[in-house]
Design a protein around this ligand. Structure first.
Ligand SMILES: Cc1ncc(C[n+]2csc(CCO)c2C)c(N)n1
Length: 219
């Protein structure tokens, strides 16, 4: 296979050791085997709901830091996409546990999730649009990678209790969304000098490390 020269693929290669580990974490293996407890899944939905609030704010910062109207629209749309798309499934699970987003507002992230959220928000506050993009991509792209790997390995996941969640992250709509971000990353980062590119890859790797820690925090 011809090796990709896209900037995003360079970043994913640099974070390869983390990405390879995602689908092997105890939480996901238990989900796959059908042994995950309701308590552990509830905890995930709660922690993830809290995490997503920080994640959404990053796109808010990106809107404010945009240099063109097109960039503003890109991040405004990303905010909408994450808030609507992701939310429906998450809200349905939350409801099943007798919780609402208002309840979540009163809850707190565990230290590992908090460290990830703080890393995202510090980068968003201090950084440029490119920094924000590279720090938010491991979440968006990593989930596609994780859930496509999982259903390939265990096709039954496309049907059971976790089906709505699995469908969200493996759909052709989601695949197209990822593809559009791969191209945006290229437009934004391909022309930057080596030093800037290296710094952006470092941010991507660091966010990937936090993603893995988040998965490991859950079980
Ligand atoms: C810790 C953590 N990391 C990644 C995601 C996945 N995710 C968050 S926003 C988004 C974009 C599309 O809705 C995706 C895929 C998550 N939920 N929680």
């Amino acid at each position: 296979m011809k090796q990709s020269t896209l900037f995003i693929d360079k970043a994913i290669s640099a974070a390869n050791s983390y990405w390879k580990a995602y689908s092997k974490v105890p939480f996901l293996v238990a989900m796959e085997k059908g042994t995950l407890s309701q308590d552990a899944f509830r905890d995930y939905i709660v922690q993830d709901s809290l995490y997503l609030r920080a994640y959404l704010k990053c796109f808010g910062y990106a809107v404010a830091k945009s240099r063109t109207l097109r960039e503003m629209q890109l991040f405004y749309e990303a905010l909408g996409y994450v808030s609507d798309g992701e939310n429906k499934t998450r809200l349905a699970y939350l409801e099943e546990f007798g919780l609402s987003d208002a309840d979540i507002d009163e809850m707190t992230l565990k230290p590992v999730g908090k460290a990830y959220a703080e890393f995202l928000l510090t980068t968003a506050k201090q950084g440029t649009v490119e920094d924000i993009v590279m720090v938010t991509m491991p979440c968006l792209m990593g989930y596609y990678d994780v859930f496509t790997t999982l259903v390939e390995r265990s096709p039954h996941l496309a049907h059971g209790y976790y089906a709505p969640m699995v469908a969200d992250y493996t759909s052709s709509r989601y695949a197209a969304y990822i593809e559009s971000w791969r191209q945006e990353v290229e437009r934004l980062c391909a022309g930057l000098d080596n030093e800037r590119q290296a710094a952006l890859i470092d941010l991507f790797v660091e966010a990937s490390r936090h993603e893995l820690a988040f998965w490991k925090m859950l079980l």
